[in-house]
Design a protein around this ligand. Structure first.
Ligand SMILES: [Zn+2]
Length: 97
């Protein structure tokens, strides 16, 4: 975990606590601005059960292939050629990887 990730987590936690502590003010402000009504309209019109199912299935399917994620399959950063073995140079374009 890098330092910037930790900073982001701390800032997010502090912002969340402030937001929850002032939840009624935030809610009233959103109601006055019409954001809640707009969100209800979007939910009723576009976020039906079928649409949510399709979104979830796409999120599941749109992950990196298992071999590439595990680091078994490597690709050249220059030409995207699949690298076999542990060599330091790309067999296609000769770039150092
Ligand atoms: Zn290459």
């Amino acid at each position: 975990m890098s330092l910037s990730t930790r900073k982001a987590i701390v800032i997010t936690a502090v912002a969340t606590v402030f937001l929850v502590a002032n939840i009624w003010i935030v809610t009233n402000w959103l109601e006055e601005r019409g954001v809640i009504g707009f969100a209800e309209h979007i939910k009723a019109e576009y976020l039906t059960g079928t649409a949510i199912t399709i979104i979830v299935v796409l999120l599941i399917l749109l992950v990196k292939p298992g071999a590439e994620r595990a680091g078994v399959l490597r690709r050249c950063p220059v030409c995207e050629h699949v690298l076999l073995g542990r060599g330091k140079y790309c067999g296609e374009c000769g770039s150092r990887v």
